[in-house]
Design a protein around this ligand. Structure first.
Ligand code: MG
Length: 397
C-alpha cells in the first residue's frame, strides 16, 4: 500500500481535471499502480523518441550555433516549470499540466518556424503541415513503442491540451477532440495554463538569447514597457551590476511579474464563475486563464518588438532562408523518389499510400522530415546533394 492513494487527486479545485472526470484513453488500459493516469502520460512522453529529439531542434536559432541557446527541449522544460507553478496555485492538476507542457512542441519540424512554413508550403496540395496537428500525430500514431497500440495512447485531457490550434477543416476529421474548434469552445484549464506559459517562456528567453547573440540590445528593449519597468528597478538597486547579471535580474523579474498577474487575474475569474466541473471552463466563450488587460497590452508590445527586431533581423532571416531551402530540397528529392529513403521511412510512406493514394506518400515524407533534428536535416541534405560525398565511404550510413 502506498503512503498516498495516487488515484485520489488530492488538493484539486472542483474545476480541475481529475482521474474521476477523465474521458479516458482510446485503447482502455488497466489503471497504473503508484501513479495517477496523468503521471503515466507524462512518463510516456519523457520516454518517447520525439521528446529526446527536442534537444536538437530549435525555436529561433539553429542548434549548433551555440551551446547556451535554448532548444525546444529546454524551452519545454521552462514552459513546464512556469505552468506547474501556476497550476498548483490555482488548484489545477499539476501532472496533467506537466504532460501538456512537455509535449506541446513534439510535432515541430527542424529549424523552428522556418521549417514549419517550408513544410507547410511543400504539403500545400496534400493537406498542409501544421505543427499542433503533427504533435497529436506523434502521440497518437507515430511513436512505435507499445505492443497493443500505435502511439502513446494518452488520456483525452493530454491530447486535448496538445492540440492547441486546429483549422475547421481538420477539426471535422478529429471526432470529439475537434468539437471545441467547431463549437468555438475552450480546452480544459490545465491546457489554457500551458498555452499562456508558452508565451511567457518564449518571450523572455528570446530576449535572453537575442541579447547574448548580439541581435538586440538592452537599450532597444527599454522601448518596451515590460522590460523598462524591471530595468529601472534593477538599475536603481544594483547600479554597478555587469550586463549578464543585469539581464538575468530583469528577465526573472519580468517572468515573475507576468506569472503573478496571470495567477491573480485568473483567480478572480475562476471565483466569479463558480465552476463546479472542468467542463464548466470548457463551455466558456473565452479563456478564463488570462492576463489583466494592462499586462496583455504590455505583452503584446513586447511580442511586436521581438517580431520586428529579432525574428526579422537580417542574420536570423539568412538562417531562415537557408533552412527553408534545405527542407524544400529534401522534400522534393524524397517525394520524387522514395527509394532514397531509409527502409522504415519508405515502408511508412507505402503504408500511408495504401490508405490514401493521393496524399499518402507526401504525408509519409512530411512525417520523416518533421521528425528530423536540425543537424540530421543538414547531414541528410549533404548526403543527398553534396557531390563530394559521392564516394564509397559514404554508402556506410
Ligand atoms: Mg512552445
Amino acid at each position: 500500500m502506498s503512503w498516498r492513494d495516487p488515484s485520489s487527486d488530492p488538493g484539486l479545485a472542483p474545476y480541475a481535471c481529475s482521474q474521476k472526470t477523465s474521458r479516458g484513453r482510446i485503447h482502455p488500459e488497466s489503471s497504473p499502480v503508484h501513479r495517477n493516469e496523468f503521471q503515466r502520460d507524462r512518463d510516456r512522453i519523457i520516454h518517447s523518441a520525439a521528446f529526446r529529439r527536442l534537444e536538437y531542434k530549435t525555436q529561433v536559432f539553429v542548434n549548433h550555433e551555440g551551446d547556451l541557446f535554448r532548444t525546444r527541449l529546454t524551452h519545454s522544460l521552462e514552459v513546464s516549470q512556469i505552468a506547474r507553478s501556476i497550476s498548483r496555485e490555482l488548484g489545477l492538476h499539476e501532472d496533467l499540466t506537466e504532460t501538456i507542457a512537455l509535449s506541446h512542441d513534439l510535432g515541430h519540424a527542424p529549424f523552428g518556424h522556418a521549417g514549419q512554413d517550408a513544410l507547410n508550403r511543400c504539403m500545400k496540395s496534400f493537406g498542409g503541415f501544421e505543427h499542433n496537428l503533427q504533435s497529436l500525430r506523434v502521440v497518437d500514431d507515430l511513436e512505435e513503442k507499445y505492443a497493443d497500440f500505435a502511439g502513446l495512447n494518452l488520456t483525452y485531457e493530454s491530447r486535448e491540451g496538445i492540440l492547441k490550434h486546429c483549422s475547421l477543416k481538420d477539426a471535422k476529421k478529429l471526432g470529439p477532440l475537434g468539437e471545441r474548434f467547431i463549437n468555438k469552445k475552450q480546452p480544459a484549464l490545465e491546457a489554457q495554463v500551458c498555452d499562456i506559459s508558452d508565451v511567457i517562456a518564449y518571450n523572455n528567453h528570446d530576449i535572453d538569447d537575442g541579447i547574448r547573440y548580439g541581435l538586440i540590445t538592452i537599450e532597444q528593449l527599454t522601448e518596451t514597457q515590460l522590460f523598462r519597468t524591471q530595468f529601472d528597478v534593477v538599475k536603481e538597486r544594483y547600479p554597478k551590476l555587469d550586463e549578464r547579471r543585469q539581464v538575468h535580474e530583469i528577465i526573472r523579474r519580468m517572468i515573475n511579474c507576468m506569472v503573478v498577474d496571470l495567477i491573480e487575474t485568473s483567480k478572480t475569474q475562476l471565483q466569479k464563475h463558480e465552476l463546479q466541473h472542468p467542463d464548466d471552463a470548457r463551455n466558456q466563450n473565452g479563456y478564463l486563464i488570462s492576463f489583466s488587460d494592462d499586462m496583455q497590452k504590455q505583452n503584446q508590445q513586447l511580442k511586436t518588438f521581438l517580431r520586428q527586431n529579432l525574428y526579422r533581423h537580417y542574420r536570423v532571416q539568412r538562417m531562415t532562408n537557408k533552412a527553408e531551402k534545405v527542407l524544400t530540397a529534401l522534400f522534393d528529392a524524397f517525394i520524387n523518389d522514395i527509394s532514397i529513403l531509409p527502409p522504415e521511412a519508405a515502408r511508412h510512406c507505402n503504408e500511408l499510400k495504401e490508405k490514401d493514394a493521393d496524399t499518402g506518400i507526401a504525408r509519409g515524407v512530411a512525417d520523416y522530415i518533421a521528425g528530423m533534428t536540425d543537424r540530421y536535416a543538414i547531414v541528410e541534405y549533404e548526403r543527398i546533394f553534396n557531390p563530394r560525398q559521392l564516394s564509397f565511404a559514404n554508402l556506410i550510413p
